[in-house]
Design a protein around this ligand. Structure first.
Ligand code: ZN
Length: 139
């Protein structure tokens, strides 16, 4: 059993920015030399998320609109009155979507379907520098 760990910095441009990190994760799996196992990708922030989606502009816009419908930016948030950073909705969306994602890999490649792209979602009210970690376990 082997393990491998790495990280990268991702600069997001704005709220709702969806950054495809599939090739970074695939490259890290290949570089690890581990052929088969489990990969966990995590963003180390409470106002961002990691998810799988088809990387298609219409669908990415649909997701941003769905998030606005489910967790409106304009709803009252105790966090906003307590902290004043105006990102109560960002924290709730991040918790709902998840800040990490686990998937299997085989023959040194992620077991992702053709339309499953690994993405980082910026949910805060401005672009930020995000730390993304990958942890592999396998052989
Ligand atoms: Zn906050």
């Amino acid at each position: 059993m082997s393990t491998f760990r790495d990280r990268t910095a991702v600069r997001t441009k704005h709220e709702g920015d969806i950054v495809n990190i599939t090739s970074w994760a695939a490259d890290r799996i290949k570089a690890s030399g581990i052929k088969q196992g489990i990969a966990c990708v995590m963003v180390k922030h409470s106002t961002a998320a990691i998810a799988l989606i088809e990387d298609e502009p219409g669908l990415k816009g649909d997701l941003v609109r769905a998030l606005e419908n489910m967790v409106s930016k304009d709803a009252p948030y105790a966090h906003n009155t307590a902290g004043g950073d105006g990102n109560g909705h960002s924290h709730i969306r991040s918790t709902m979507l998840g800040q990490s994602l686990t998937f299997t890999f085989d023959e040194g490649r992620p077991d992702l379907g053709t339309w499953q792209q690994l993405v980082l979602l910026e949910l805060d009210n401005t672009g930020r520098e995000r730390t993304v970690l990958i942890q592999l376990v396998g052989e």
